[in-house]
Design a protein around this ligand. Structure first.
Ligand code: SAH
Length: 388
């Protein structure tokens, strides 16, 4: 593995907790953390790291502003503040995405586009987000503006695409609120289709600006393959993909299963999921836009009444906060034979495994996957089975 020089921004940026720590050591520490938290439930297999743990992030986001001297800067917020730490290149971000952001910065003056000032509400450009399809090469650029009117937007797109013809879509997103959310509600597509496509585990996926999509495509395939392997799907299995995002796990699983239900809170992601099932010619999957816990409370009651309904295997991939009692209590009532828990936070994972253990589910094995090299985050897949 090529050893890169130390990142010049690391102290102020704070994103990479493991900056400067040898990759093998990072993996060892993550393994130890997972063993400490999960080891009491089951065997923890060795963490799966990356061969090239750099420039893996396919989604890059930069805040824009100016210095006191009037110099335009782009970068990240210093932790806990809205002060921008200028970052011009990053070891973990996609290189092309970083180049695009730099070129946008360089174009602002000639297009008379001012950066947005959060205190006064004056100015226009707040953030730029770039998403790149790892296999497709398609690139989405989202310009987050403080107001809806962007002067000479067509010429801007033309000039940007001249530098980066790989850009397949450009979106203007309006965020005029005092908020730490990057994206606002209103969007208009100023170039291309308004989304990008990508491929994972042999399936094609449409990704729109607001949908969750795993940020490390190389490791996502590793993670999903483990999740599918742990599920040991049978051709007739009825499967639940909870917290399904744009439907990735459920769609990949649907090829090996009987019926799949996906549930996800974010409406844009569910719209993507429905399209994704169509794109892949899959018709044994249905998606519901709802809180996973609420959905399961209702659905599990109905399923329990109908002896032909039910769930054999649950995939669950909740956000960092983990799952909730509504969801887990409904799952244990339905009594699927397997639960495959994909987690991006071993602490809430441990809490939820405890619940499952108390309610008749035994964790059989866990494997950590390093989705976020150089940061403190670690992903895990755990296979659970019903024991009573
Ligand atoms: N399985 C998907 C997404 C995982 S991220 C993938 O691998 O890409 C977690 C997802 O849970 C996000 O899409 C988020 O929008 C969704 N989510 C968050 N809270 C939720 C809730 N209460 N109910 C259902 N989905 C929720």
């Amino acid at each position: 593995m090529e050893k890169l020089e130390k990142c010049p921004y690391s102290k102020k940026c704070g994103g990479c907790t493991y900056q400067g720590v040898a990759y093998e050591k990072q993996l060892k520490e993550k393994q130890e953390l997972v063993e400490k938290l999960i080891g009491g439930f089951c065997k923890v297999h060795p963490i799966i790291g990356m061969k090239e743990p750099y420039n893996y992030r396919n989604k890059v986001h930069a805040a824009f502003g100016i210095t006191r001297r009037g110099e335009i800067i782009s970068g990240v917020y210093r932790e806990g503040t809205h002060d921008i730490v200028p970052v011009d290149m990053c070891q973990i971000e996609d290189k092309k995405a970083d180049e695009i952001i730099q070129d946008i910065k360089g174009m602002l003056r000639s297009f008379k586009i001012k950066t947005y000032d959060e205190d006064t509400g004056y100015g226009l450009l707040r953030h730029v987000m770039v998403r790149r399809g790892f296999k497709s090469g398609e690139i989405m650029v989202v310009l987050v503006l403080g107001s809806p009117i962007m002067p000479s937007k067509n010429n801007f797109v033309k000039a940007l695409r001249k530098k980066h013809p790989e850009i397949t879509t450009v979106i203007v997103n309006v965020n005029d609120k005092k908020t730490s959310m990057v994206l606002g509600d209103k969007e208009s597509v100023i170039y291309g289709k308004g989304y990008i496509s990508d491929e994972l585990c042999g399936c094609k996926f449409k990704i729109s600006s607001k949908s969750f999509y795993q940020v490390n495509p190389v490791q996502t395939e590793v993670l999903y393959n483990k999740a599918i392997e742990f599920a040991e799907l049978k051709a007739k299995d009825r499967v639940l993909d909870a917290y399904c995002g744009i439907g990735t796990i459920g769609i990949i699983a649907s090829k090996k299963a009987g019926q799949v239900i996906g549930v996800e809170l974010n409406k844009a992601a569910v719209r993507d999921a429905i399209t994704n099932a169509k794109i892949n010619g899959i018709n044994n999957i249905r998606f519901f836009a709802e809180d996973a816990g609420q959905f399961m409370l209702k659905t599990s009651a109905k399923m329990l009444e109908d002896k032909d309904a039910g769930i054999d295997v649950v995939f669950m991939d909740p956000p960092r906060a983990g799952s909730d009692e509504n969801f887990m209590s409904s799952v244990v009532k339905l009594a699927p034979k397997k639960v495959v828990y994909v987690s991006c936070n071993p602490e809430t994972l441990a809490r939820d495994l405890k619940y499952f253990k108390k309610h008749g589910y035994e964790a059989m094995k866990a494997v950590p996957v390093d989705m976020f090299p150089h940061t403190a985050h670690v992903e895990c897949v755990v296979a659970l089975r019903r024991v009573k």
